[in-house]
Design a protein around this ligand. Structure first.
Ligand code: LHQ
Length: 250
């Protein structure tokens, strides 16, 4: 636990942090702890070693089609939902290759930084599978239909720089600066109005399926909720007094 934020590291570096059921359990528990901890105001997700995450561990996967579906229903889908529903910012520091569900896990996070050596690969078609873990939902929204189709159908790798210029991620940074850039961002987020940031996440998520009319109504509802929170009073007071706000996250 850092000052106001938590770091979660996928830690199976010898297999590029590919997912076993055990790794899923550890990650779910770490995210739940971060969600429950009121002193934790932002989360950093990264990988140990030279890779970020190579998706499903292909040695552990069962041959039964229903087992493949169950893995998604029981582990990958709840993971993506957990991150999107977590009412605090989740930053992903992609330290190396992100393939298959590993790439889509990164796209589920709120802000993605990537080391220049990182690559994003929709590896699914290469093993005759379909992009999962939200890939078919995230990709067209991040990069548009044309690029989403080509990436999903070819499994071609996208470099961190290309990903940044396509708007797939927030920023590509020099390899040796990834950790410090991520920590700087987390340290900043940990001082921000956390509850309001949680409402911002909710609004953005809802916008994907709402009409403009419905979204305007939701914004009014969430704005009212934000305006009833202590951090809003502090934000207004700090503005009037021409000083930096001291948000508590409430
Ligand atoms: C691995 C893996 C891996 C095991 C590298 N598994 N060992 C969800 C649920 C249900 C069904 C299926 O789908 C899913 C979601 C998915 O994610 S499906 C897609 C699964 N992922 C992939 O297809 C990617 C497979 N990996 C690769 O293509 C390459 O390893 C990449 C491009 C990621 C990296 O290539 P390199 O940098 O050349 O590394 P490497 O291939 O040499 O890998 C290093 C080691 O990691 C190696 O082990 P070894 O014992 O030989 O040193 C690999 O076997 C192991 N590894 N990915 N997914």
């Amino acid at each position: 636990m850092r000052e106001g934020w938590r770091k979660i590291t996928l830690n199976r570096p010898e297999k590029l942090n590919s997912f076993t059921v055990e790794l899923h359990r550890q990650l779910a528990a770490a995210l739940d702890e971060a969600a429950a901890d009121e002193t934790c105001r932002a989360v950093l997700l990264t990988g140990a070693g030279r890779g970020f995450c190579a998706g499903q561990d292909l040695e552990e996967i069962g041959s039964e089609p229903s087992a493949v579906g169950d893995l998604l229903r029981e582990h990958y889908n709840p993971l993506i939902r957990r991150i999107r529903a977590l009412p605090k910012p989740v930053v992903c520091a992609v330290n190396g290759v992100a393939a298959g569900a590993g790439a889509n896990l990164a796209f589920a996070c709120d802000i993605v930084l990537a080391a220049r050596r990182a690559k994003f690969i929709q590896a699914f078609a290469k093993i005759a599978l379909v992009p999962d873990s939200g890939g078919t939902w995230f990709l067209p929204r991040l990069v548009g239909e044309a690029r989403a189709r080509a990436l999903a159908l070819t499994g071609e790798a996208v470099s961190a720089e290309q990903a940044e210029s396509w708007g797939m991620i927030w920023r590509a940074v020099d390899d040796e600066e990834l950790a410090s850039e991520a920590e700087k961002l987390l340290a900043h987020l940990a001082t921000q109005p956390t509850a309001a940031l949680g409402l911002i996440k909710r609004a953005l998520l809802a916008s994907a399926s709402n009409t403009l009319d419905a979204q305007l109504d939701l914004e009014a509802e969430l704005q009212e909720a934000a305006a009833g929170m202590p951090d809003y009073a502090e934000g207004i007071a700090a503005f009037a007094e021409k000083r930096p706000a001291r948000f508590t996250g409430q």
